[in-house]
Ligand binder design. Structure first.
Ligand SMILES: Nc1nc2c(ncn2[C@@H]2O[C@H](COP(=O)(O)OP(=O)(O)OP(=O)(O)O)[C@@H](O)[C@H]2O)c(=O)[nH]1
Ligand SMILES: [Mg+2]
Length: 443
C-alpha cells in the first residue's frame, strides 16, 4: 500500500562507523515524535537523541535530516536517521520503528518504486539507480550516472513526443478530411517519421555497447594445449586461479574470472586446449571451449612458441576480426630476435620472462576501450529496452508503408506505447491534448 510508511536500513548491513535508517510516508513525522525527537529545518542535519517509544531508553544520539514532501527522494515525507553503525544500535532502532503504528519494513526497491510512482524518475532512471549501486568499474558508474541524469529518458520521451505529434496530425487528417490541411503539412509528417525510424535504428545498431559496459565484455583465451592459456589468465588477473602444468590437457572446465581492465568490466575465460583428445572428459572441455569462443566479444588466440613457426591449425581456423593473435613462449623461439617483433595483429610474448607482456596489455586495453567507447550518445543498457525499441521501430516501419492512414495511425499508437513501456509512461490521453493544443479545429 502506498499509504503505508516504510522504513529500512539504507546503508550496508554489518558493523560500520555510521548507519543510515530511512523512513518514507505520511507517518514519518509521527514516528519521529514517537522516538521523542522532532525535525528542525528541512534538508538540514541536526543532532537528535532517539529514544525507545515505550521505555524511553536512549537508542542512540545521532543526526536527523528531514525532507518534507514533495521535495524528497520518494516525493513523500522522508526522514533520515544517522546513527552509530553498531549491530545493537541498528537492531534497537529498527525494532523500535517496527513497534510504531502505521510503519512497516520496506520491500526491496520500494523507496525507488515510490519515487517512480510520484513522478520523481522514470523507469530508465530507476534502473540506472540500481546499476549505480551495482557498478564496479568506472565505465559502469559513468554510464549509470548518465542514464540516471535522464539521458535515455529524454531521448525516448523526445521520440514519443514526435510520434504523438505525428499521430495527432494524422488523426486530424482522418477525422476532419474537409479541413484541407496543406499538402506540405502532410508531407512533413512522413519526413519526420522516416527520420525517427533512422534515429531509432541507429540507436539500436550500437553493437551492444551499453549492455557490454553494464554486463562486462567477454574475452575467451583459446589455443592448443600447453600454449600457456592458464598462465595468461593468471597473469591477467594477477592471481593463481587456474592450474598451470606442463602436461598438455590440464584445463578441462572453462575457468571464468571477472576483472576490471582499464576501467571496464571484463570476464576472461580460460579454456581447454584444442586437440583431438579422444578422452570423453577432455572432449567435453573442448566442446565448451568452442562454445565459449563463439560467445566471446574478443578471442585471444594463444599459440605455443615452442613449435613456432608452426601454428596450430584448429586455433587458426577460429581467428576472425575480433581475435588477437598472440604467440607465447617467445623465450623458446630460436634465431634472430628481429622477426619476433610484434606485427599489427600478432604479438610475441613470454609469460615466463615478461617479454612483450606490457605491449600485449596495452593492446588489449585499447581494444576493449575501442569496443566500449564508440560515440558519446547514451547507449542502450538493457535487453528490455532493446526489445521495446525493436517493437517501436517495427511499428514505425509498418506505419510508413501502411496502405491506409487509419492503419498507419494504429501502428503509430503501438510505436508510442512501446516507447512508453521503456520509460513507464503509457497514457493515450496525451494524444488528445496535442490535437487540441496544436490545432485550432474547434473554431
Ligand atoms: N618457456 C616458457 N614456458 C611457459 C611460458 N608460459 C607458460 N609456460 C609453461 O608452459 C606450460 C603450460 O602452461 P599452461 O598455462 O598450463 O598451458 P595451457 O595452455 O593452459 O595448457 P592446457 O590447459 O593443457 O591447454 C607450463 O609448464 C608453463 O609453466 C613461457 O612464456 N615460456
Ligand atoms: Mg590450461
Amino acid at each position: 500500500m502506498v499509504n503505508d510508511t516504510i522504513f529500512a536500513l539504507a546503508s550496508a548491513v554489518g558493523r560500520a562507523g555510521i548507519a543510515v535508517v530511512r523512513l518514507s510516508g505520511p507517518a514519518a513525522r509521527g514516528a519521529l515524535a514517537s522516538l521523542r525527537c522532532a525535525p528542525t529545518s528541512p534538508r538540514t542535519a541536526s543532532m537528535a537523541s532517539f529514544k525507545d517509544p515505550r521505555s524511553g531508553e536512549l537508542l542512540d544520539d545521532g543526526l536527523l535530516i528531514w525532507f518534507p514532501a514533495p521535495g524528497s527522494f520518494t516525493g513523500e515525507d522522508v526522514a533520515e536517521l544517522h546513527v552509530h553503525g553498531g549491530r545493537a544500535v541498528v537492531d534497537g532502532l529498527l525494532a523500535a520503528l517496527s513497534g510504531i503504528n502505521g510503519l512497516r519494513p520496506a520491500e526491496p526497491g520500494e523507496f525507488t518504486r515510490r519515487a517512480f510512482e510520484h513522478g520523481k524518475m522514470d523507469l530508465t532512471q530507476a534502473e540506472a539507480l540500481a546499476d549505480l549501486v551495482d557498478a564496479e568499474t568506472r565505465a559502469q558508474k559513468n554510464q549509470a550516472l548518465q542514464q540516471m541524469g535522464g539521458a535515455l529518458k529524454d531521448l525516448y520521451d523526445d521520440w514519443r513526443v514526435i510520434l504523438i505529434q505525428v499521430l495527432a496530425h494524422l488523426e486530424a487528417v482522418i477525422d476532419f478530411p474537409d479541413e484541407n490541411l496543406p499538402q506540405e503539412t502532410t508531407d512533413r509528417i512522413w519526413v519526420r517519421l522516416r527520420n525517427l525510424e533512422k534515429a531509432i535504428a541507429k540507436h539500436l545498431d550500437d553493437g551492444g555497447r551499453g549492455e557490454r559496459i553494464r554486463d562486462g565484455i567477454k574475452i575467451a583465451i583459446i589455443g592448443p594445449p600447453n600454449a600457456g592459456k592458464s598462465s595468461l589468465l593468471n597473469f591477467l588477473v594477477q592471481r593463481d586461479v587456474a592450474i598451470v602444468s606442463d602436461i598438455p590437457g590440464t584445463t578441462r572446465d572453462v575457468i571464468e574470472v571477472h576483472m576490471d581492465l582499464g576501467g571496464f568490466a571484463v570476464t576472461v575465460a580460460d579454456t581447454a586446449g584444442l586437440r583431438a583428445a579422444g578422452n570423453i572428459i577432455e572432449d567435453e572441455g573442448i566442446r565448451r571451449a568452442l562454445m565459449r569462443a563463439q560467445a566471446a566479444d574478443l578471442k585471444i588466440a594463444l599459440f605455443d612458441g615452442d613449435i613456432y613457426p608452426t601454428l596450430d591449425a584448429a586455433t587458426l581456423s577460429l581467428i576472425d576480426s575480433d581475435t588477437m593473435t598472440v604467440i607465447n613462449k617467445a623465450d623458446l623461439i630460436q634465431g634472430d630476435d628481429h622477426h619476433l617483433e610484434s606485427k599489427e595483429n600478432t604479438l610475441f610474448i613470454s609469460l615466463k620472462t615478461g617479454v612483450g607482456v606490457d605491449t600485449f596489455l596495452l593492446r588489449l586495453q585499447e581494444w576493449v576501450s575501442l569496443k566500449m567507447d564508440r560515440g558519446t550518445a547514451a547507449p542502450l543498457t538493457r535487453a528490455r529496452h532493446r526489445h521495446a525499441l525493436n517493437d517501436c521501430v517495427d511499428a514505425v516501419r509498418r506505419a510508413i508503408d501502411a496502405p491506409l492512414q487509419e492503419l498507419a495511425a494504429q501502428d503509430l499508437r503501438l510505436a508510442a506505447r512501446a516507447l512508453g513501456r521503456i520509460t513507464g509512461r503509457v497514457d493515450v490521453e496525451e494524444i488528445l491534448d496535442v490535437i487540441f493544443r496544436d490545432f485550432c479545429i474547434g473554431k
